[in-house]
Design a binder for this molecule. Structure first.
Ligand SMILES: NC(=O)C1=CN([C@@H]2O[C@H](COP(=O)(O)OP(=O)(O)OC[C@H]3O[C@@H](n4cnc5c(N)ncnc54)[C@H](OP(=O)(O)O)[C@@H]3O)[C@@H](O)[C@H]2O)[C@@H](O)CC1
Ligand SMILES: [K+]
Length: 483
């Protein structure tokens, strides 16, 4: 599991850890990790042309110390000081001692150095940064992006907001970010995360001083541990019975995909509520499905998946499923018939456009502040909100957040959301709480999309569905091998 902490939590942990160490020792741990990543990426620092962009805080201090170490190992290093009056004193002294050249941001030499740099170290702002870059810093960042070989951000790309994942103004766009101690929201939540590039974490010994993380990024072992394991005595009821209220005459495929997602996701049984013609189509593909014309008449289930391809005019059925007092997932058209607040476990699965409609804001505003708006909706409806996107967010009403790392553009195809709705519904029926059901489903769905894409071409939702058993099988196998 990858952890994410707030700036406040990181500062408190750093203070506690620093109290046990000699002055400057913590920064030296960070610098050692940074330098070794730079050296590895450069294939050895000797002869490399490096430019350090240094702001007036400790982030600039890290970058200056790293520049000094790289100069000591034979690199040709220039430092551009954004705030010469506030440059980190020890870092700057070490940099000069190692033979580094120092220029101010407005010096023509700064532009020339950037134009021939193999590597730019972005030490303008770290976790102390607020708002976007100032104009002079923005110009240097743009030049670096246009001219330099590679940009490595120190701790996080300067100019993005550490705790929200928002990018309120000009910011560095890095190829790699070397981050210290724990993850930051800006490194996992878009749009800021898109500016971080590949993230390398450096252990500086902070973990014992950090609180349990509210935000996490699940990995294979976490997901495998959360997956319901069908035991020998399992029957169809203990594996979970899912009610699916999805699809319509206009969109029968949504019913097929949602039912398929539930069955392939491990449901012991699926009960489908919908018009006879659609039910017949569902049963011709999934003969094990039990069907009925409405939520009231379809029989007992342990969770409902509601809304994919439902079309208009099914508000009463949606209300019946939502009001059944069972865990419920609400997707797509079902989102137009939400109750004022949910009383029981609920998982909403909007994409940005649907969340925009729900909250009455522009879609661009959702994309710019994804975590903020997912949180707002989770609080407003007392439901866990799974906001789809390349980095899908799952936000519980109590503030816990899971960020999915397996997303792929291969999932940007019609019907993949219906598969996800069925899959997550099956996990709710198996007894997972909405945060677990949503984050495990997003993870598995992403891996299925990756596998389908690897098989060649542009995968369809049906291709993604077909990959679910293989993905679940390999996650379970790895778990068994480990445990
Ligand atoms: N503590 C430790 O031991 C360790 C710390 N480490 C490193 O320290 C970094 C945090 O350093 P930091 O706290 O000095 O803040 P940093 O991000 O350098 O910003 C400096 C100052 O810039 C200012 N400022 C803010 N926004 C601005 C803007 N838009 N445009 C212009 N200026 C702006 C603001 O000052 P203000 O203007 O508020 O006076 C702010 O205080 C951390 O990310 C990691 O790299 C590691 O070495 C591990 C050990
Ligand atoms: K930085």
């Amino acid at each position: 599991m990858r952890t994410v902490h707030t700036v406040e939590e990181i500062r408190a942990a750093e203070d506690a850890l620093m109290a046990t160490l000699p002055p400057g020792a913590l920064m030296q741990r960070a610098v050692a990790g940074l330098v070794s990543t730079c050296a590895r990426i450069l294939g050895g620092p000797y002869g490399a042309r490096v430019v350090v962009l240094a702001g007036g805080g400790n982030n600039g201090g890290d970058a200056l110390w790293a520049g000094a170490r790289l100069a000591g190992r034979g690199a040709s290093v220039d430092a551009v000081l954004l705030r010469p009056d506030r440059a980190h004193p020890e870092g700057l002294a070490a940099f000069r001692d190692a033979g580094g050249r120092v220029t101010a941001g407005d010096d023509v030499r700064a532009g020339a150095a950037l134009a021939r740099a193999d590597l730019v170290l972005d030490g303008i702002l770290g976790i102390g940064g607020r708002g976007g870059l100032s104009d002079d810093a923005a110009e240097l960042a743009a030049r670096a992006r246009a001219d330099a070989g590679l940009i490595i951000a120190v701790d996080l790309p300067s100019g993005v907001d550490p705790d929200t994942g928002e990018a309120p103004g000009a910011h560095v766009v890095a190829d790699v970010t070397v981050t210290f101690g724990t993850g930051k929201t800006a490194l996992v939540v878009d749009p800021a995360a898109a500016a971080a590039g590949a993230v390398h974490a450096v252990d500086i010994g902070l973990a014992p001083y950090l609180p349990g993380p509210r935000t996490t990024v699940l990995e294979d072992a976490d997901v495998a541990a959360l997956l319901p394991e069908p035991g020998r005595e399992s029957d169809k009821y203990s594996r979970g019975v899912v009610g699916v209220l999805a699809g319509s005459g206009q969109y029968p495929g949504a019913a097929l995909l949602a039912v398929g997602g539930a069955l392939r996701g491990g449901a012991g049984m699926v009960r489908y509520a919908g018009p006879d013609a659609v039910a017949a189509t569902v049963r011709s593909r999934w003969p094990e499905t039990i069907a009925g014309p409405s939520v009231a008449e379809v029989g007992r289930v342990q969770a409902w998946t509601v809304g994919s391809g439902l079309g208009d005019g099914r508000g009463a059925d949606v209300a019946a499923a939502v009001g059944a007092g069972l865990p419920v997932l609400v997707d797509a058209d079902g989102l137009r018939s939400l109750p004022d607040r949910f009383a029981g476990p609920a998982l909403l699965t909007p994409h940005a456009g649907e969340l925009a409609r729900l909250l009455g804001v522009e879609r661009a505003e959702i994309e710019a502040r994804r975590l903020h708006h997912a949180r707002a909706a989770a609080g407003r409806w007392n439901a866990t909100v799974l906001l789809k996107g390349t980095t899908t967010l799952v936000v519980a009403p109590d503030g816990r957040v899971r960020v999915n790392s397996t997303g792929t553009s291969a999932l940007a195809a019609a019907g993949t959301g219906d598969v996800l709705a069925g899959l997550a519904g099956s996990l709710l029926a198996a007894g997972l709480e909405p945060l677990d059901a949503g984050s495990v489903a997003a993870y598995v769905h992403g891996l299925a999309g990756q596998r389908a894409a690897a098989a060649g071409g542009y995968p369809s939702a049906g291709d993604v569905l077909q990959q679910l058993p293989a993905v679940l099988g390999s996650l379970r196998q790895a778990d068994t091998a480990q445990g």
